[in-house]
Write a new protein. Structure first.
Length: 293
């Protein structure tokens, strides 16, 4: 079987052909530019490769309700040119089933199918990069709901050590994304995350926000595993121990399970060399194929 996979990001689009075992046999990347131009490039890539289905893991917000007139559309994205663009419809001409979900749901699906979360039925994947988003697997099913989880915009207390008076999100002064995403780190310290070395003042503030968010997700979603990904987590060697320590402090033994007793295996980093979104997209396509049969 040849599974078409599209990880549709706000900066770049990554396409691949994936087999039944999760092996990527072909890959293509193009910048996320004008929708008409970009979608034609993507369509042509898949049209030339005889795929059995296509899975799209897309930046959002997006409409995931199949009975909605705007199903398959990007909705209130900060990428204004992509608002109301129907991504699913752009691939109808392929004549294959097309699955559609969020980019972070693709990542959680990739990790729980092929990676460090394999076999886990309740998992939260958090990407911390240019923005922050979460993908949630609950009892083996991707969580949607009214829209889909927008976990990057939960409201957090400000760190007493934060030199900023508010986060950089235009909608919320103290949301997770506005306080802890890559651009907020650069705004706070005047340098990008990769330029800040192992400074305790930098990563203590970052760990404060990540740990507070994880405690909130623990209380509301009760996952069996947290997986952290995205560009900021390239500093995992210094950041992850601080996150675990702050999480334990904030939790204060309130929830006592085998998972919370072993934070080195409860709060972990992505394991698929940044391929989790692509592999999850392939699985989204496989699920669409199964529904069509």
């Amino acid at each position: 079987m040849r599974l078409g996979a599209l990880e549709a990001g706000g900066t770049k689009m990554v396409c691949a052909i994936v087999d039944d075992e999760g092996h990527i046999s072909d890959r293509f990347t193009t910048p996320t530019e004008d929708p008409e131009k970009t979608l034609k490039i993507l369509y042509d890539y898949f049209a030339e490769r005889q795929i059995d289905c296509l899975g799209i893991a897309c930046f959002g917000p997006i409409d995931l309700h199949e009975d909605s007139p705007t199903y398959g559309c990007v909705t209130t994205s900060p990428k204004v040119a992509w608002r109301n663009v129907n991504v699913v419809k752009a691939f109808e001409g392929l004549g294959v089933p097309v699955g559609f979900d969020t980019d972070v749901n693709g990542s959680v699906l990739g990790e729980t199918t092929y990676g460090i979360g394999r076999g886990v039925k309740n998992c939260v994947y958090i990407t911390i990069g240019t923005g922050i988003g979460i993908g949630v697997l609950s009892e083996g099913r991707l969580l949607h709901g009214m829209l889909h989880p927008e976990g990057g915009h939960i409201l957090l207390p400000m760190s007493p050590d934060d030199p900023m008076e508010r986060g950089i999100c235009p909608n919320h002064p103290n949301c997770f994304e506005g306080l802890a995403a890559g651009p907020s780190i650069e705004k706070r310290w005047g340098k990008s995350a990769k330029e800040l070395g192992d400074r305790d003042d930098v990563w203590d503030v970052e760990a404060f926000y990540i740990a507070n968010a994880l405690v909130s997700y623990t209380m509301t979603l009760s996952p069996e595993l947290f997986i952290l990904g995205g560009g900021v987590m390239h500093k995992a060697d210094v950041l992850l121990p601080k996150v675990r320590a702050k999480y334990a402090e904030l939790m204060n033994n309130y929830i006592q399970t085998k998972q919370t007793a072993d934070l080195e295996h409860y709060i972990v980093c992505q394991s698929l060399d940044d391929n989790q979104g692509l592999l999850g997209a392939a699985e989204i396509g496989r699920m669409a194929l199964g529904k069509a049969r």
